[in-house]
Design a protein around this ligand. Structure first.
Ligand code: NDP
Ligand code: PYC
Length: 333
């Protein structure tokens, strides 16, 4: 499919599933971006996830967003249980303005439903010339290091760094061994998962994707990923007055929808610390990137940017079974 065709399909499906037009467009944009950049777990597949979550009555079709300023450098967007993409789009100009005025600013998205990758947001803030960090909890699916029962969400951490004249330096990863969406894709394909991705309901390591989804996922990097997962819970849960992953799963009440709760974004203007010597110090960042690439290692997002260039020219390949499931939504909703 060409990307404009996928965008039309995504918007049509999301509207048919029940979202108001501008809401559908904001959500479709990140789904198209995910597919375009070769992120299968957060691309077209997410249309099924979003439609299911809407069908379960978890998402407000036409949310009434409220923007508040709890402090001079703080923005809060109350999402009224719309998808997070709409709240981010609405709050972004205010966050950017404050980061430029005060050097650093933070934005809480509260009461949102979240199924998305975070890199589109930190990449957008890098395009605004800002360094940024974004975190969000999900549902309690992940066991702490040393345990086998779920406490944490898959809790992604995304970071963006602007690079003059280049694609920004961006990384975005789940603090679980892998995103849950990846395990769901293994289940769909009937494929085994590596035995260090999770435990079955009895707490035993397993290669059965379904058993991990019904048991507990593992954090990446042992106790280090576990501590980072806890940090995400704290920053985008209690700190901003929103739900932890455990509370999100309780709020879901076994409907099987996407996580409900908050997201925290922090944006920093490099010029705030550096004044007139921004260019000199950003050049040191470039020297570091170069020393990574010179030895054959790659920067995070390099694969994504290459996939993007290919998709912009050639379009994307959607598996026919997935396409059939997506178009079925148009017949049934
Ligand atoms: P991946 O493990 O696929 O990738 C993590 C990051 O590492 C990417 O930035 C990737 O860049 C980079 N990377 C991968 N391999 C290398 C390498 N060899 N060298 C350098 N960098 C590398 O991500 P996850 O499975 O952990 O997460 C996937 C997505 O799921 C994320 O976008 C995340 O936001 C989303 N997610 C969302 C959640 C939510 O609650 N909303 C919950 C959990 C996950 P590249 O893309 O170029 O490969
Ligand atoms: O893949 O873990 C995941 C995920 C959770 C919410 C959105 N994506």
């Amino acid at each position: 499919m060409r990307l404009d065709e996928l965008r039309v399909l995504a918007c049509t499906v999301l509207r048919r599933a029940g979202l108001a037009g501008h809401h559908a467009e904001a959500v479709a944009e990140t789904i198209v971006a995910g597919e375009r950049d070769g992120c299968a777990s957060h691309g077209a597949y997410r249309l099924l996830v979003a439609a299911n979550t809407i069908r379960k009555g978890i998402v407000t079709s036409n949310p009434k967003l409220q923007i508040e300023e709890p402090g001079p450098a703080l923005v809060r967007v109350r999402g009224d249980y719309g998808f997070a993409q709409l709240a981010f789009a609405r709050g972004r100009p205010r966050l950017v303005d404050k980061a430029r005025r005060f050097g650093i600013a933070a934005m809480a998205l509260n009461d949102v439903v979240h199924f998305a990758a975070l890199w589109p947001e930190v990449e957008a803030l890098a395009e605004d010339g800002l360094v940024s960090l974004a975190v969000t909890p999900s549902h309690a699916w992940v066991a702490p290091a040393g345990g086998t029962r779920p406490v944490f969400g898959t809790n992604p951490i995304a970071f963006g760094w602007p690079r003059p004249g280049r694609d920004p330096f961006v990384f975005d990863f789940a603090t679980s061994a892998v995103a849950r969406g990846e395990i769901e894709l293994h289940r769909r394909a009937g494929k085994a998962v590596p035995d260090d991705w999770g435990y079955d309901a009895e707490g035993k390591a397993t290669t059965d994707a379904e058993a991990v989804l019904n048991g507990a996922m593992r954090t990446f990097g042992g106790h280090k990923g576990s501590a980072l997962a806890a940090m995400v819970e704290l920053l985008a849960g209690p700190l901003i007055g929103d739900l932890t992953s455990r509370q999100s799963l309780i709020a879901d009440a076994e409907r099987g929808g996407s996580p409900i709760g908050g997201e925290l974004l922090i944006a920093i203007d490099p010029a705030a610390f550096l004044g007139g010597s921004v260019a000199e110090h950003l050049a040191q960042a470039e020297a570091m990137f170069e020393s990574i690439e010179r030895q054959g290692a790659r920067l995070p997002s390099a694969r994504r940017y290459a996939a993007r260039a290919h998709s912009l020219e050639h379009g994307v390949l959607i598996p026919s079974a997935l396409h059939a499931e997506i178009t079925k939504i148009l017949e049934t909703e």
